[in-house]
Design a protein around this ligand. Structure first.
Ligand SMILES: [Zn+2]
Length: 265
């Protein structure tokens, strides 16, 4: 964890400090070695959130785009007493989870259910095939009538399968810890895959990093996502109706043909 409580103040880990966990209240000690990012660890027990993953520089630098009070936000389900730490939770209730390590489908689903209003930001540099796959899949990605929004004809050819069935938007960060030197670098923006498919077709948004941070902080993000999702639901309904309609007319055509053939025989 980045922060612990010392005299009710949020304090970052510094050599020799002791504090208490903001979630469970247990004593934590500052770990300030040279291998891992400086962090707080529970002194006598395991980390109190089973979903927690060891932080990398990547997590830390993403989280630091947001106010300290929004980082490592403890959330409690009052019905089940389940408690988890959201990487970032905005004051409007949007949870942003920065995911570097692999995650089991059951845990991904459980986290999406627990946090509900959330987005994933995935470290697209951990696996060597993720970015080459995305580049190779560019012929699947076609501009839509809206600026910055694209249709992805076969999302499987562009993105890792672990993230294709998510029920919330998934943003891929293919830059990782590198800093952007060339704004035209393909890895410069984030790529957001939306959860709703129209047939096989997915929807992708290309989002400048700064715009993602700015709009999640000022709340515009959730409004835009809501609008895109409702357009997608409508498009999916139209697609389904059209498909059912053409299936019905095909069945009718087959029925007419078989009656015609019977009449002839
Ligand atoms: Zn704890």
């Amino acid at each position: 964890m980045h922060f612990a409580l010392i005299n009710d103040q949020m304090v970052a880990a510094k050599q020799g400090l002791k504090g208490s966990c903001r979630g469970c209240g247990q004593p934590v000690i500052a770990k300030c070695g040279t291998v891992r990012v400086h962090h707080w660890a529970h002194q006598r027990s395991e980390m109190c959130d089973s979903w927690w993953e060891a932080e990398k520089e990547w997590h830390r630098s993403w989280k630091n785009n947001f106010p300290h009070l929004w980082q490592e936000f403890f959330m409690l389900d009052i019905h089940t007493d389940e408690k988890h730490i959201a990487d970032v939770r905005t004051d409007q209730g949007l949870v942003i989870e920065f995911q570097h390590s692999p995650i089991k489908p059951e845990e991904r689903i459980a986290r999406e259910k627990f946090y509900n209003d959330m987005v994933w930001v995935i470290d697209g540099t951990r696996l060597i095939h993720d970015y080459p796959r995305f580049l190779k899949g560019q012929n699947q990605i076609i501009a839509s009538s809206q600026s910055g929004i694209f249709n992805v004809y076969d999302p499987e050819k562009c993105f890792p399968s672990a993230w294709l069935n998510s029920s919330v938007p998934v943003l891929f960060d293919f830059l990782g810890n590198e800093s952007i030197t060339n704004p035209l670098d393909f890895r410069s923006p984030l790529y957001c895959l939306f959860p709703i498919r129209v047939g096989r077709r997915g929807t992708l948004a290309r989002i400048p990093r700064r715009a993602f941070v700015k709009t999640t902080i000022n709340g515009e993000w959730s409004l835009r996502v809501k609008r895109i999702m409702s357009e997608l639901l409508k498009a999916r309904k139209e697609w389904q109706d059209q498909k059912e309609g053409s299936e019905r007319s095909w069945q009718l055509h087959e029925l007419q043909m078989s009656q015609l053939n019977k009449g002839r025989g």
